[in-house]
Write a protein that binds this ligand. Structure first.
Ligand code: NAP
Length: 347
């Protein structure tokens, strides 16, 4: 098999770690961009993987807000995977600065640099189902969300993370349309779970499992359902999207829909009663009343999402070659990693 040189932005991240691993194990050269290549918690796990794998890892310093930082790592690359984007749901006061600006300006900076890179053939963008829909209530009258759907309801004030993703994906398609040297494929995952290769990621994916294991949700969870997918499938989809000549357009990556209580039920079955996993759903009226005081949710979010079912059509991802493992394996492996890494105290 011929090997490629692939740039991966945000290589320190939860999803990117698995992408870099798969690329290195297949013998490719990876130009990995991180904000701080000297920060051990961001890069040590990648270096350890590279030592065992046939591929070559080269680290580069780049920041989404620095327009010129992506030209050097792109040199000689035929594929670019743009995964970097903040995925945090709390801990900030200005959603535009924390989420939207890095997502949209970052995408513009990375893809404008891609236009200056003569060797580049394909760009794979880590988008999200957040750019497909904004709130579960939008399901009304549909059997499932598909790649033809776009989120038109999110804004800086309502669902700013979702807004950051749809605005960034729209920006990417806009820049793609100004050139014909590389094509663009987007991977649109649901909520990603599964073991992390790094203890250091701030990804909101990791937070939910920590909260369940540490008992923060033991009084109950809202009746909130979303599309769920394993991180290893998401990484593999990026690789398929990069190397399958026929890959084109958007691909929803969702194994199936699951409620928060459904996740807790899987964990309890595997790890028993000794962990304080939630056992019940809190009535919507109660969530509406106290939810905004407990976490980063608004009453508008609660009305439009809690108690609303959701469905996704994942047939395009299966045509791309993704096969989904049972979610029991996803959550078992994920919670075991959290225990092994000492992030939740074993009981
Ligand atoms: P993550 O672990 O927090 O990774 C995000 C990455 O973005 C980090 O490597 C971070 O780098 C980088 N980043 C953030 N701001 C940056 C900036 N200003 N300049 C350069 N890099 C910056 O989260 P993740 O879950 O793996 O998310 C990766 C991608 O998948 C994101 O685009 C996210 O929107 C998308 N996604 C995630 C999920 C999910 O459930 N996890 C679902 C759908 C889509 P540092 O290490 O320097 O902070």
């Amino acid at each position: 098999m011929s090997t490629s040189t692939v740039m991966v932005t945000g290589a320190s991240g939860y999803i990117a770690g698995w992408i870099v691993k798969e690329l290195l194990e297949a013998g490719h050269t990876v130009h990995a961009t991180v904000r701080d290549p000297n920060k051990a918690t961001s890069v040590d796990h990648l270096k350890a993987i590279a030592e065992q794998a046939p591929g070559t890892l080269k680290l580069f310093k780049a920041d989404l807000l620095d327009a010129d930082s992506f030209d050097a790592p792109l040199q000689g690359c035929d594929i670019l995977m743009h995964t970097a984007s903040p995925f945090v749901l709390e801990g900030f006061t200005d959603a535009y600065e924390a989420l939207v600006r890095p997502a949209v300006e970052g995408t513009r900076h990375v893809l404008e640099a891609a236009k200056r890179c003569p060797t580049l053939k394909r760009v794979v963008l880590t988008s999200s189902v957040a750019s497909v829909y904004g709130d579960n209530a939008e399901m009304k009258g549909k059997t499932a969300f598909t790649e033809a759907d776009w989120n038109t309801t999110s804004s800086v004030d309502h669902n700013p993370y979702q807004y950051s993703k749809v605005a960034a994906e729209r920006e990417a398609w806009k820049i793609h349309d100004t050139q014909d040297q590389w094509d663009l494929v987007t991977i649109n995952p649901g909520m990603v779970y599964g073991p992390s290769l790094t203890r250091a990621s701030n990804s909101a994916s990791i937070d939910t499992l920590l909260q369940m294991g540490r008992g923060k949700l033991k009084t109950g969870v809202p009746a909130l359902s979303y599309g769920v997918v394993d991180v290893r499938e998401v990484a593999h989809a990026h690789v398929l999207a990069a190397f399958s000549p026929e890959a084109e357009g958007r691909y929803i990556l969702v194994n199936r829909e699951l409620s928060m209580l459904g996740i807790a039920d899987i964990l309890r079955k595997q790890f028993g009663n000794r962990y304080p996993f939630p056992r019940m759903q809190v009535p919507k009226a109660m969530v509406w009343l106290v939810g905004p005081m407990m976490g980063p949710v608004t009453r508008k979010f609660i009305s439009r999402n809690v108690g609303h079912p959701i469905r996704f059509d994942n047939s395009r991802s299966q045509q791309l070659g993704v096969s989904y493992r049972p979610l029991t394996e996803t959550f078992t492996d994920h919670f075991q990693q959290v225990l092994d890494d000492g992030l939740v105290r074993p009981r």
